[in-house]
Design a protein around this ligand. Structure first.
Ligand SMILES: [Zn+2]
Ligand SMILES: [Zn+2]
Length: 203
């Protein structure tokens, strides 16, 4: 078979049709496996919804005729042969239109899906960008708070160092004062060195 027109596709499952197949008087073609389809059972074309004459509306067809079968054309009037040839050409013309409509539909569906995917990707991308921005702001705030805490800590350390220094100065004087009072020495006399005190206490 010359396939310049491409392999005919089933007008229901869109697979390459294999003979024998069902052909309708409205020039639609279906695989034999759809024979039990309720629409075909009720003589309604699944391709275009036409209600078909129950006898001539659907027929089993083949792509080829055997050499013996071609002889049956020999007795036909040329007008009948032309009529048959016209019907065969109408079938192919309809199949080409149907195939082109089918691929146009598939293409527009694919484009629509792609546009929808693009749109949802864009939305997801914008959402992520906002989350990223919010996260960066949180990091900046945390950094700023960290700096504040470092400064507060430094102030506390300075204060602690200062307090420790004061304490270090106060403790010897305090313990000196205590040892003097224990010995009955007035604290104001005890302003000398601790060595003096120990000498006094030794007497
Ligand atoms: Zn099919
Ligand atoms: Zn039809």
């Amino acid at each position: 078979m010359n396939t310049d027109y491409g392999d005919p596709l089933c007008n229901l499952c869109w697979e390459v049709i294999k003979e024998p197949y069902i052909v309708t008087s409205c020039n639609h073609a279906f695989c034999m496996k759809h024979e039990s389809d309720p629409r075909i059972q009720q003589s309604t074309c699944p391709g275009c919804g036409s209600h078909l004459p129950s006898k001539s509306g659907m027929q089993v067809a083949r792509f080829r005729v055997s050499k013996e079968d071609t002889r049956s054309l020999c007795g036909l009037h040329p007008d009948v042969v032309i009529e048959l040839a016209t019907k065969a050409l109408d079938f192919w013309s309809m199949q080409e239109r149907t195939r082109s409509d089918f691929f146009a539909l598939k293409w527009s569906e694919a484009k629509k899906n792609k546009d929808e995917q693009k749109q949802s990707f864009k939305i997801a991308h914008e959402g992520l960008a906002q989350e990223l921005l919010a996260e960066r702001q949180r990091v900046q705030q945390a950094d700023a708070r960290g700096d504040e805490l470092k400064q507060e800590l430094q102030l506390l350390e300075d204060k602690y160092t200062e307090e420790t220094r004061k304490h270090a100065r106060t403790v010897p004087a305090y313990s000196h004062g205590r040892s003097c009072s224990a010995l009955g020495v007035p604290a104001k006399l005890a302003v000398g060195s601790s060595r003096d005190v120990s000498l006094e206490s030794g007497q």
